[in-house]
Design a protein around this ligand. Structure first.
Ligand code: NAD
Length: 365
C-alpha cells in the first residue's frame, strides 16, 4: 500500500494499464467514450470490500488525459478511506468527465454517462462533485438507479454542503479539545479559506458559537455577501498562512499544506473541508506534527457529504444523518489520541483505522 499519491509525471513512467491500477491497487478503471455526445469519462473503482464504490463525478477541463487519470485514481482512493473510517458500508470510487462543464455539458452527455454507470450494475454509484448539479444527477437517474445526490422530489437527501460543514465543525471542535483542552470555540480566531457552499455554512456554525472568524476567497462579491450575513471579517492581507490564528480551515483548494507554506503556519489547529490538504501526506503530516500543529485529517472530517448521500441508499432520515455526522467528533478525538500513543501522524492514524476496518471485513469474506 503506497501512502503517497503519484504526480502526473510519475504516473507516466509506469505501465499504462495495470501499472496505473497497481499504484494503489485499484480494482477497475473504466474508460468511457461516446462520439455523438463528445463524452470522454473515466470511472475509477478503487476498492469494493466494504460495499459498492460510491463517489462523485467531476467535470473539469483537464490539460491532459494523464491529469484526468491521476485525478480519478487519487480521488477514488480517497473515497475508500473516507467511507471506511466513517463506518459506512461503501467502497471507494469516483468519475471524471473531461471537458468544460459550462460549455460542453449537455443533457445527452449526462444521460450517456449515466448509461456507462448503469453498465457497471451498481458496482459504482455516482453523485455530484465539481462541475455537477443536482439537475445533472436527476438526468443520470433517468437512465440508472445507481446515482445519489438527486433532487429531494425524486427521493434525494438534499444539498450535502451544510452537513459537510457541520461535520467539519465537529472535527474542528474535537481538534480544539485536543489542542486547547476545550472544544468551545468562542473567541477562537478561525480563518476560513474559501467561503463557497461548505465554507459559508462553516462560517455560520462558527459565528453562532462566537468564534472570531476571518474569511478569504477569490470572489469579492461572495466575501461581501458572507460578511454581511454573519459577523465575519474579510481578511485584507496577502498571506493567510503567516497570520496569527488558532485555527486554519481550508475550504477551497487542496494541497495548501506544502513546502512553501509549512514553515509559515502559526495556526495551532488545521481543520477544513478541502480534500487532500497535505501536498505530500507523509512528509507534511510529519512536519505538522513536529511543529506541534494538530491536523484533523480531511477525509475524516469532511465526510458529512457522503453520510448525507448514503442516506438515499439506506433510507435513513435526517436524525440519523445528524447522529452519524456528530460522531465525527468522537472519531477525530480517537484518531488524535491514537496518533499520539502510536507515535504516527494523524493522517496515518486515520488511514490505519480505515484500513483495519477493510481488512477485518476482507477476513470474513
Ligand atoms: P465551492 O466551489 O462551493 O466553494 C469553493 C470556494 O473557494 C469558492 O467560493 C471559490 O471562489 C473559493 N476559492 C477558490 N480558489 C480559492 C483561493 N485560492 N483562495 C480562496 N478561495 C478560493 O466548493 P464547496 O462545495 O464549498 O467545497 C469546498 C471544498 O470542500 C472543496 O475542496 C471540496 O472538494 C470539499 N468538499 C466539499 C464537500 C461538499 O459537500 N460540498 C464534501 C467534501 C469535501
Amino acid at each position: 500500500m503506497v501512502t503517497e499519491v503519484l504526480n502526473t509525471n510519475e504516473l507516466q513512467k509506469v505501465d499504462p494499464v495495470f501499472g496505473q491500477m497497481s499504484f494503489d491497487n485499484h480494482e477497475q478503471i473504466v474508460f468511457c467514450n461516446d462520439k455523438d455526445t463528445g463524452l470522454k469519462a473515466i470511472i475509477g473503482i478503487h476498492n469494493t470490500v466494504l460495499g459498492p464504490a460510491l463517489g462523485g463525478t467531476r467535470m473539469w477541463q483537464y490539460t491532459s488525459e494523464w491529469e484526468a487519470l491521476n485525478d480519478v485514481l487519487r480521488l477514488s482512493r480517497g473515497m475508500t478511506f473516507k467511507s471506511a473510517i466513517t463506518g459506512l458500508n461503501l467502497g471507494g470510487g469516483k468519475a471524471v468527465i473531461i471537458g468544460d462543464a459550462k460549455t460542453q455539458k449537455t443533457p445527452e452527455l449526462m444521460k450517456r454517462f449515466g448509461e456507462f454507470v448503469h453498465s457497471l450494475s451498481g458496482k459504482y454509484i455516482t453523485a455530484e462533485d465539481i462541475g455537477m448539479t443536482t439537475g445533472d444527477m436527476d438526468l443520470v437517474r433517468s437512465v440508472t438507479p445507481y446515482v445519489t445526490g438527486i433532487s429531494e422530489t425524486l427521493g434525494g437527501a438534499g444539498n450535502p454542503s451544510p452537513i459537510t460543514a457541520y461535520g467539519v465543525f465537529m472535527g474542528m471542535k474535537a481538534a480544539a479539545k485536543y489542542a486547547f483542552g476545550t472544544d468551545i470555540l468562542e473567541d477562537r480566531v478561525v480563518y476560513v479559506q474559501g467561503i463557497g457552499n461548505v465554507g459559508e455554512a462553516l462560517v455560520e456554525n462558527l459565528t453562532n458559537e462566537g468564534a472570531k472568524v476571518y474569511i478569504t476567497d477569490i470572489n469579492q462579491e461572495r466575501l461581501e455577501e458572507v460578511r454581511d450575513k454573519y459577523s465575519a471579517t474579510i481578511y485584507e492581507g496577502d498571506n493567510i498562512y503567516a497570520e496569527e490564528m488558532d485555527i486554519y480551515a481550508p475550504c477551497a483548494l487542496g494541497a495548501t499544506v506544502n513546502d512553501q507554506t509549512i514553515n509559515q503556519f502559526k495556526a495551532k489547529v488545521i481543520a477544513g473541508a478541502a480534500n487532500n490538504q497535505l501536498a505530500e501526506e507523509q512528509k507534511h503530516g510529519l512536519e505538522l506534527r513536529e511543529k506541534g500543529i494538530v491536523y484533523a485529517p480531511d477525509f475524516l472530517i469532511n465526510a458529512g457529504g457522503i453520510i448525507n448521500v448514503y442516506a438515499e441508499l439506506e433510507n435513513y432520515g435526517r436524525q440519523e444523518i445528524i447522529r452519524k455526522t456528530e460522531n465525527i467528533y468522537n472519531t477525530t478525538l480517537e484518531i488524535l489520541k491514537n496518533a499520539e500513543s502510536k507515535d504516527v501522524t494523524t493522517h496515518q492514524a486515520a488511514f490505519d483505522m480505515a484500513n483495519a476496518r477493510i481488512a477485518a471485513r476482507k477476513e470474513k469474506m
